[in-house]
Design a protein around this ligand. Structure first.
Ligand SMILES: [Zn+2]
Length: 391
């Protein structure tokens, strides 16, 4: 062994005697023996090494489109009752459908189903990964999987806006997935989404307005976008709409209808918004991961709650046209503190799951449904400045 490596290990061995090094185990350093320890007479029997009693694969998603990736994790239960993630051997039954690397990263290659297996400690686990061709772009609302109230997602550009194909490269679909996973964990509800064959139905639309014309409309831009979509026959009466707008806005990163005071069925995220005195909106990552909430994901949920009428003026902590004043970690907070959304209606007294029958409760909305279980979702970025989305 190289002498500098040996001295580094000796230093680590000293460290491991001095302090708890639980965190280092995850880096694999535990495999190094601290051989310089002086021999000692055992004072008690050495405990038996724990063995793997069961192995499972954790998959954030098992339905992929060609080109998409997903990281699988192997988790072992041990004979002593503990459990944890383990290094496993990975294999794909059909590499023409999906490949898997040594870390468990699956890449969808072609349409079909492949069984991905993990082996560790003499145990094996398997998960079926289904791969489909991407839906591609649609300028019309595709046939609905479900009837009744539902949330439809759109990718809208100004007449001269750069087409980043966010509807085709799964950026918007991943952003929506993150919102659904987070909302499920926070409320055990999720939006009733407009899907086609089980996949998010995203409509593409290009406005007649130029980027410059639209930018100057400020928070009122949502109204003009709704008018144009309505005149073009793109809006259905049983749907609410979340628009990812690839253009600028000189006032905010998002705005929305807020019935009954501001009637409408559309909420818009201004991806290239440039509000005065704040960083450009597009410095926030969009749709980074189905298990990570960023600024845009919280904003999307925030704007759609506005479209559903939240926060109603009868709510005890209502402030600033549709927001709550109590706590900057509330999804619907607005005020002087930086917005750090994590929770839905803190205290359950203003807009979600409260017991004031006379005031709007989003929990009862037909646009929400019981969630089908939730994934662990982390927040990224933040704290973010307060939304300036009133109009
Ligand atoms: Zn708002």
């Amino acid at each position: 062994m190289h002498s500098s490596a040996r001295s580094a290990i000796a230093a680590w061995c000293q460290l491991s005697r001095d302090v708890s090094v639980r965190g280092i185990v995850a880096l694999g350093v535990i495999a190094i023996g601290c051989g310089d320890d002086p021999p000692r007479a055992p004072t008690q029997p050495t405990p038996l090494a724990r063995t793997v009693s069961a192995l499972v694969i954790e998959a954030p998603s098992t339905m992929l489109e060609v080109g998409q990736t997903v990281m699988l994790t192997a988790r072992a239960s041990y004979s002593d009752g503990s459990d944890g993630t383990v290094v496993a051997g990975w294999q794909s039954s059909d590499p023409a459908v999906a490949t898997v690397d040594v870390l468990g990263l699956v890449t969808a290659v072609g349409a079909g189903t492949s069984s991905i297996t993990a082996t560790s400690g003499g145990h094996m686990a398997a998960v079926d990964i289904h791969v489909e061709e991407p839906l591609g772009r649609s300028t019309a609302d595709r046939r609905d999987d479900i009837g009744g109230s539902q949330l439809h997602v759109m990718y809208v550009l100004p007449s001269n806006g750069e087409d980043r194909q966010l509807d085709m490269d799964r950026t918007i679909a991943t952003s929506i997935e993150a919102i659904q996973n987070w909302l499920s964990g926070a409320t055990s509800r999720a939006f009733r989404l407009d899907t086609f064959g089980g996949r998010l139905d995203v409509t593409f639309y290009r406005l007649a307005m130029s980027d410059a014309e639209a930018a100057g409309l400020g928070a009122f831009l949502v109204r003009d976008i709704e008018r144009e979509l309505s005149a073009a026959g793109r809006l259905a009466g049983n749907k609410i709409y979340l628009v990812y707008y690839g253009g600028r806005n000189n006032q905010s990163c998002g705005s929305a209808a807020w019935p009954p005071a501001v009637p409408g069925s559309v909420g818009v995220l201004y991806i290239n918004g440039e509000p005065a005195g704040a960083p450009p909106c597009n410095t926030n990552p969009l749709g980074a991961s189905p298990t990570r909430m960023g600024y845009w994901e919280y904003s999307g949920a925030h704007e759609m709650f506005h479209v559903l009428g939240a926060v109603a003026t009868c709510a005890p902590n209502h402030t600033l046209a549709g927001h709550v004043s109590e706590d900057p970690t509330d999804l619907m907070y607005a005020g002087s503190q930086p917005w750090q959304p994590q929770f839905v209606d803190i205290g359950r007294d203003d807009y979600f799951g409260h017991d004031n029958g006379a005031c709007l409760d989003i929990e009862d909305s037909p646009f929400l449904e019981p969630s089908r279980g939730s994934m662990q979702v982390r927040s990224s970025g933040g704290p973010w400045r307060s939304l300036s989305d009133t109009r």
